[in-house]
Design a protein around this ligand. Structure first.
Ligand code: ATP
Ligand code: ATP
Ligand code: MG
Ligand code: MG
Ligand code: MG
Ligand code: MG
Length: 255
């Protein structure tokens, strides 16, 4: 059978290169995780097992793809910064989005039972993925600041909401209306005066999200320190909004 008769259909596949010389940010987000988290009895407001599983999948992704230099995760999402000059898959848009999102998803499923030993998966979870290009370092820093500010706003709301429900005996409808129109300082006040919770002392993992960076390792070999540094992915729960984070890691934003 002659293949050439059919091969013209290949020409309908158009190239989809991403602009060279700009930063790529890939954001992956759980599909319908409101439903997924209910079905699998996630603790509210923050299920630690679920967050650790997300962190694990992100770490796997960064170990597989050295051109991913930074990761930031909260809730059911993770953002990844790729080196400006990366030539990963010749910067083919679909190839990068689909392969990395697929690896993240399969890693999430692969490690599920380790974090949820008593909760079998009820159905296969999925994640969406998108790449946004940012021309300069200002936009990259502002992108990550935007995500971490979102973590803070959501976590303050959710922590207060679930305190009203779980400790205050309110229905979810009542808790929503208690919080309608409140500012951050009002939520801090509700948490402190009604429930004795000092928001700023809650786990940084919940307040700041998860920051994954590479740190150089000096390998010890027979007492000698090898000159070839290897890197490993480490997790922090630090502030990435202030400039200090970027100043201490100037390598993130060059090339
Ligand atoms: P979409 O498909 O549009 O992303 P979604 O239902 O996933 O819809 P999101 O805005 O992504 O909506 O929100 C994810 C939801 O998943 C949160 O609102 C929360 O209910 C739940 N969730 C995710 N991670 C956790 C966690 N670690 N602990 C508790 N709940 C979580
Ligand atoms: P790429 O990432 O570019 O797709 P690839 O290694 O997956 O690279 P493909 O052209 O997709 O390359 O080919 C898939 C290869 O996987 C086949 O050439 C074959 O070696 C192997 N393979 C896939 N399915 C089977 C199968 N059912 N039995 C044996 N080998 C298989
Ligand atoms: Mg969404
Ligand atoms: Mg989601
Ligand atoms: Mg989300
Ligand atoms: Mg293949």
């Amino acid at each position: 059978m002659a293949n050439s008769k059919y091969a013209y259909v290949r020409d309908f596949e158009l190239p989809d290169p991403l602009l060279p010389g700009v930063f790529m940010v890939l954001r992956i987000d759980g599909h319908s995780f409101h439903r997924f988290s209910e079905k699998h009895n996630f603790a509210k407001p923050n299920d630690v097992r679920a967050l650790q599983l997300m962190d694990h999948a992100a770490q796997d992704l960064m170990e597989e793809y050295p051109d991913v230099v930074l990761g930031f995760g909260e809730s059911d999402e993770f953002s990844f910064l790729l080196r400006k000059s990366t030539s990963l898959y010749n910067r083919r848009h679909s190839k990068i989005v689909s392969t990395l999102t697929s690896l993240f998803t399969s890693s999430y499923v692969f490690h599920w039972s380790r974090y949820f030993p008593d909760t079998p998966l009820g159905y296969p979870p999925s994640f969406d993925g998108r790449i946004v290009l940012y021309p300069g370092t200002k936009e990259v820093k502002d992108y990550f600041a935007w995500r971490q500010a979102d973590t803070h706003i959501n976590n303050l709301y959710n922590t207060t909401f679930w305190a009203l429900v779980q400790q205050g005996g309110q229905t979810t409808t009542e808790a929503h209306s208690t919080l309608r129109g409140t500012f951050a300082k009002d939520k801090h006040e509700i948490l402190f005066s009604r429930f004795g919770i000092n928001y700023n002392q809650l786990d940084a993992q919940f307040r700041k999200g998860s920051v994954l960076v590479r740190e150089d390792l000096e390998e010890e070999k027979d007492g000698e320190v090898s000159r070839r540094p290897k890197s490993k992915v480490v997790m922090l729960h630090c502030d990435i909004i202030k400039d200090e984070f970027w100043e201490e890691r100037s390598g993130l934003l060059v090339e």
